[in-house]
Design a protein around this ligand. Structure first.
Ligand code: GMT
Length: 375
């Protein structure tokens, strides 16, 4: 198949999933066209089945807001015609599903018919899409997609609860390329990061309020009172300064390493002992899955789709949002006994195997085939 993929080309989970999906589909013989405003961050390995088309939005001072959706729709029309793309898979309802619908309508005028598959990732539903300013457009885009997928059962339930949906939503969970997160990663730099008797605690996110990074620091503070430990904070975002101040006030700044953005989180996870994800809401928690795939147990909140990934008492523990004391107690339970920690590490990797891309990607292929057959 010739498939056009539209996504946010950033460090966020949706961009990562879309990129990894495109890469794997290309290995399975499909021709993939990424159509977005920047080359996706994890799109490093080009092969002759992968194409990248940049959407350019000319800056014009008359416009207070530059019309990205318009530029994207036009680019989709042009690329579908130029490369005979058969299907568009858009990640994120806002504004991608909306722009794809416009492209589809423009192409229909030229007797070119193309189906749209929309994947919902979370923020487009639970945080932003649900806002009254966007809701009618998001509802319309979901209802007018030819197929819709959500990355967890929880996200599907939220979508049905929050919007007036008359379309079928298929759950296809996020997936992972397990080879990229092998426990025996040869370049592991643990010795450079911490002393032998120190445990390494990691959090990776876009440091937005929804990630509750201050809870990460509070849990870490409780951990380091009992055992020697270091905290690795990976990512950039609006909470960074607040968190730095919090660490300074707690007197633990020397035990915290701010990594900034990283393209190689497998190299950070390979030396981690525990992953913290105390989010306010999370449709799936791809970062937790990446940790588990690296044999790192997860202490998380029990919100949204996280319980579909992190299994209570097996790959880690889940607590109510904001229950820092429970998270600290659970973290110390895992970390304070070497045998127990080793068992949780094994369990984490084992749970991650359920999300092997070789099991999940064929589910997308099946959706594409069904959609094209019905079209
Ligand atoms: O978590 C974020 O803030 C980034 C966001 C995104 O759009 O990339 O992540 C969402 O999609 C990921 C991939 O499907 C999920 O793993 C995240 O749980 C989801 N984030 C939220 O629901 C807040």
């Amino acid at each position: 198949m010739k498939i056009g993929i539209v996504c946010y080309p950033t460090f966020g989970g949706s961009g990562v999933v879309a990129t990894e999906l495109g890469l794997e589909l290309s290995k399975r013989g499909h021709e993939i066209h990424f159509i977005t405003y920047k080359q996706p961050v994890r799109l490093e390995l080009f092969n002759n089945k992968i194409h990248y088309h940049e959407v350019n939005v000319p800056e014009y001072p008359l416009f207070h807001y530059q019309p990205y959706e318009l530029a994207l729709s036009s680019k989709l029309v042009d690329m579908v015609k130029l490369y005979d793309i058969e299907l568009l898979h858009v990640h994120y309802a806002i504004p991608h599903a909306y722009a794809a619908y416009m492209a589809k309508k423009m192409l229909e005028e030229q007797n070119i018919y193309i189906p749209i598959v929309t994947t919902l990732h979370g923020t487009d539903i639970t945080l932003v899409g649900n806002h009254p300013h966007y809701k009618p457009a998001v509802t319309f885009s979901i209802n007018n997609s030819d197929a819709v997928t959500a990355v967890s059962q929880s996200l599907k339930d939220d979508t049905i609860r929050l919007f007036n949906i008359n379309n079928t939503i298929n759950v296809i969970p996020n997936f992972i390329d397990l080879d990229k997160f092998k426990h025996d990663f040869t370049e592991c730099q643990r010795v450079k990061m911490a002393k032998e008797d120190e445990k390494i605690i990691t959090h990776i996110s876009n440091l937005r309020p929804v990630k509750r990074v201050q809870d990460v620091v509070s849990v870490f503070n409780n951990i380091q009172k009992e055992i020697h430990a270091k905290l690795m904070l990976v990512g950039v975002g609006p909470e960074r300064e607040k968190v730095e101040t919090q660490c300074q006030e707690l007197g633990i700044l020397d035990k915290v390493i701010f990594f900034g953005k990283s393209n190689e989180i497998n190299k950070i996870l390979c030396f981690s002992d525990l992953f913290l994800l105390p989010s306010e809401t999370e449709s799936f928690g791809l970062a937790a899955l990446e940790a588990m795939a690296s044999s790192v147990p997860v202490i998380s909140s029990n919100t949204g789709g996280i319980p579909e990934v992190n299994v209570q008492g097996v790959s880690g523990f889940l607590s109510d949002v904001g229950d820092v004391e429970d998270m600290s107690k659970n973290a110390l339970y895992i970390l304070s006994d070497e045998n127990r920690l080793a068992q949780f590490k094994i369990n984490a990797r084992k749970e991650a195997l359920k999300f092997d891309l070789h099991k999940i990607v064929p589910q997308y292929e099946a959706i594409y085939k069904d959609t094209l057959a019905k079209f």
